[in-house]
Design a protein around this ligand. Structure first.
Ligand code: GCU
Length: 457
């Protein structure tokens, strides 16, 4: 448990320093970042013309009257979730053709406008350059590790530079191999062993990159903070700021989750041009905020063949209507609104609530159909802020969408025991015995990817 907590802190510290990387020439401190965030948040609230947003849940102060709820008896204040099979103007969606023609496009449009934001039409081009390439030994497997920099054309606003950091490791001589991409906090040279930050050995003992290259595939990491800073302070910089030439966002502009997902799509563009990789067999994975980004990637870019969505919680696989762990109001507050479209803040301010959204996350998960998707969580004691039951419920509800498209989801609403996966179909679910991490579900996901993607096409 201790090493998990240390790992989480290390990752969060990583994300903070990645955000600082957005201000290489400025002497920034926390106060000035907070000031920039407050200014940006106030600007968006003003553009929206809404009441003061409600505060989110406070898990850190036992005396708070806004503690998160973990009692299932009161975790479902809204019993009814939007029907995936009724269009916004009331048409019944009865088959895959109607889903793809009517329902999918309108859901994608709604999630873009109201929830995650739109990618502008004229995002500048990315030029992928090889920074270094070296032979490395991964536990006896000769591999190539390539470090990449995706240089974004900033001729429209030279004061904002965006260089996307990424790296990819693959067995030497590989041709047309599948790629597993992780949203991470640093790129570079992977190690065969999983990193351990404490006395307990990590689980699994091998790094995920090792597990991947052992199967003959490539493992890539893309650094979220190099695309878009993880904070409201960075919204006038990074790729979002570059597109706005340093100005404020409009209410339906993209948030950081979509910006990170866009970066992953650009990396997939690169794989399409390289014969070492099979761009039709690329998976995206992430944990927590990066798990949310992995789900966003799957929904908005159907070229991704599979998604491993770990401990993603609110903004990821759990429902906005759930009252458990983190709340919608945490994501509409100044600490997290930058992940989302500005428009989304409306639902965290009176008179609107989660129940005013015309969609919920079962539909978002369903937009991955019929492709492979693993919804993953850790044990309740460590991962409950992410609303484990809610992620299971949304996976169950999303299964009907998979079925409509001729694929298979999970066909029970009985929550399985820890380490018992519901893995028969293309939409799958498994709670592992670890904490807020992907770790113990890596081998499970890689087996699924082998079965559903590598062996199938
Ligand atoms: C916070 C946040 C979560 C997020 C997590 C993480 O706990 O509230 O939404 O998933 O950080 O990214 O580690």
């Amino acid at each position: 448990m201790k090493h998990v907590i240390l790992l989480i802190s290390a990752l969060l510290i990583g994300s903070v320093s990645a955000s600082f990387a957005q201000f290489p020439s400025m002497n920034v401190n926390r106060d000035s970042l907070n000031r920039l965030t407050d200014e940006d948040y106030a600007n968006m609230v003003k553009q929206l013309g809404i009441n003061e947003p409600r505060p989110g849940r406070d898990p850190n102060n036992p005396a708070s009257n806004r503690l998160p709820n973990y009692d299932e008896l009161i975790a479902n204040p809204y019993l009814y979730y939007p029907d995936p099979f009724t269009s916004f103007d009331g048409k019944k969606i009865r088959n895959a053709r109607q889903w793809n023609k009517i329902r999918r496009p309108e859901l994608v449009e709604y999630f873009a406008r109201e929830v995650y934001g739109r990618v502008p039409d004229d995002v500048p081009a990315v030029d992928w350059q090889v920074v270094s390439e070296e032979k490395i030994d991964m536990d006896g497997i000769a591999c190539i590790n390539r470090v990449l920099s995706g240089v974004v054309d900033n001729s429209a606003c030279p004061s904002i530079k965006v260089n996307i950091q990424a790296s990819v490791v693959y067995p030497e001589g590989a041709v047309n191999v599948p790629v597993i991409v992780e949203f991470g906090f640093m790129a570079g040279r992977p190690t065969p062993k999983a990193m351990s930050f404490g006395p307990t050995p990590p689980d699994p003992a091998e790094s995920w990159q090792m597990l991947v290259v052992r199967r003959g595939w490539a493992a890539a990491t893309i650094v979220t903070g190099s695309i878009q800073a993880d904070g409201g302070h960075g919204l006038r910089r990074g790729i979002v700021g570059l597109c706005n030439k340093g100005g404020f966002r409009k209410p339906d502009d993209w948030g950081a989750l979509r910006a990170w997902a866009w970066g992953a799509s650009k990396l997939l563009d690169y794989f399409e041009t390289e014969k070492a990789f099979d761009a039709t067999k690329v998976a995206i994975e992430g944990v927590s905020r990066n798990g949310k980004a992995a789900l966003v990637t799957m929904v908005f870019d159907q070229r991704f063949a599979a998604g491993f969505i770990a401990s993603s919680g609110k903004g990821g696989a759990t429902g906005w209507r759930r009252f458990c762990g983190e709340s919608l109001e945490n994501l509409t507050g100044a600490g997290e609104y930058h992940w989302m479209a500005g428009n989304f803040i409306k639902y965290g301010a009176d008179p609107l609530t989660a129940n005013d959204l015309l969609v919920d996350q079962h539909e978002f998960i369903g937009l991955c159909a019929p492709r492979l998707c693993l919804i993953s969580s850790g044990v309740f004691d460590i991962d409950r802020w992410q609303d484990i039951m809610g992620m299971f419920m949304m996976t169950h509800k999303a299964s009907a969408i998979y079925e409509l498209l001729g694929a298979k989801g999970i066909d029970t609403d009985m929550v399985p025991r820890v380490d018992v996966g519901l893995l028969d179909g293309q939409l799958t679910y498994r709670q592992h015995h670890g904490g807020h991490e992907a770790g113990p579900n890596w081998p499970v996901f890689l087996d699924l990817f082998e079965r559903e993607v590598v062996a199938k096409k």
